[in-house]
Design a protein. Structure first.
Lengths: 152, 242
């Protein structure tokens, strides 16, 4: 009996931290694979509505984003605004934005280009309809109402 | 002496700071990246209507499922007030017309004999007038129907004019609009899933369009339950009175 007790009383050895870098690297790679770079500064409030019947965008490179929502900075007012790339825009700017986006891509890929409407859920449909009409006018007919995954 | 020591190979690199470096990188990636995957409800907008185009032919009332959303986010479906929870069933009834109701679209039985006959007819027309896009379109349509019949047998087809017409007010909230779009899509997806599981033992969205046989299955399911949701033109009549 006394033999066992004596071993227990010995102080425990320090936890080895040799595998710590490996663990952290594993975490790092996980995040590198599952996330993507934040490439735009949000200037408008953008909490998306949720839906269940959603399709994942297969080809992110073929999507142009149109953000709509109330400005985050109260100095720009509270009425919903459109954000293209990194600045506020008006309906008329959409055409130029889409043309520029088109030029960066190969002509063969043009039919694949779609527009993702990232619209805040508090926005009224009037502005959204205007954007849709403008997209129709310039022939950008593929759109996605961007939403979060909702529960059934 | 000193030289001999050097030639004995470099000493081990101290890996003690490796964890710190990795942590630094990890935190960098945590801050600069976002997790959100982009997903949403896909829609194809109708092409703009040329101004000189004659007004479209009148569509039978029974072929149009009118969904109105007003400025208070209330639903008016086919002239009656409806809760959003009932919209899915309503849409399903419209697309299937299970009791052959007079107010819902009249479905037409497609048979193999009819499809074969029409394909032959239109092939002759296309041969005579290879540039006529109407004949080419009809030929393609009948060939799709034949594909469908080959896969699932004779089926009831919705009339070509059957459409779900979604109208909204300028003050309708986007959240409500998406919910309505979602319910309409859900009705179609559920019907497609049911048919697909019954005929092919696989859900519709599990069919892989890169496999030729499954692509035909997708065409067949779509033929029976087409997704025709018209997001109506905003009412321009008020802005420009005649």
């Amino acid at each position: 009996m006394s033999k066992f007790i004596s071993t227990k009383q010995k102080s425990t050895p320090a936890v080895s931290t040799a595998s710590l870098p490996d663990i952290v690297f594993m975490l790092l790679f996980f995040f590198m694979v599952t996330t993507h770079m934040r490439d735009k500064d949000m200037m408008v409030k953008n909490s998306l509505p949720s839906a269940t019947e959603i399709t994942k965008m297969e080809n992110k490179a073929m999507v142009d984003f149109i953000f709509v929502g109330a400005p985050l900075d109260a100095r720009y007012g509270t009425a919903p605004r459109i954000q293209l790339d990194d600045s506020f825009a008006t309906i008329e700017d959409i055409q130029l934005f889409k043309e520029k986006a088109k030029e960066t891509r190969d002509e063969a890929e043009w039919p694949l280009i779609s527009s993702s409407l990232k619209v805040d859920k508090d926005v009224k449909m009037g502005l959204v309809t205007d954007i849709k009409q403008e997209l129709r006018r310039i022939g950008a007919l593929k759109i996605v109402y961007s939403t979060n995954q909702g529960l059934r | 002496m000193a030289r001999r020591r050097k030639s004995s190979g470099p000493g081990e690199i101290n890996a003690g700071s490796m964890a710190d470096i990795a942590f630094l990188l990890l935190i960098f990636f945590l801050v600069t990246t976002t997790m959100d995957t982009d997903a949403g409800i896909l829609r194809q907008l109708p092409p703009p209507i040329p101004e000189d185009q004659p007004p479209p032919p009148k569509v039978k009332d029974r072929d149009v499922y009118v969904v109105l959303v007003n400025s208070n986010d209330q639903l008016l479906v086919e002239g009656e007030f409806m809760e959003i929870g009932d919209l899915k069933e309503g849409t399903k009834d419209f697309l299937t017309n299970p009791y052959e109701s007079e107010n819902l679209p009249q479905k037409k039985l497609m048979t193999r004999a009819e499809a074969v006959e029409n394909i032959a007819t239109y092939k002759a027309y296309v041969a005579a007038e290879p540039t006529n896009s109407f004949y080419i379109g009809e030929l393609e349509r009948w060939e799709e129907r034949l594909t469908t019949i080959n896969l699932i047998g004779d089926y009831m087809e919705l009339p070509g004019s059957a459409v779900i017409s979604l109208r909204n007010d300028t003050e309708t909230s986007y959240d409500m609009y998406i919910q309505v779009q979602n319910e309409l899509t859900r009705a179609i997806n559920e019907l497609r899933d049911e048919l697909s599981v019954e005929k092919f033992g696989k859900k519709y969205d599990e069919l892989d369009k890169s496999i030729p046989e499954e692509k035909e299955m997708i065409i067949a399911v779509r033929q029976v339950y087409p997704q025709r949701i018209s997001e109506a033109e905003p009412n321009v009549t008020e802005a420009t009175p005649e």
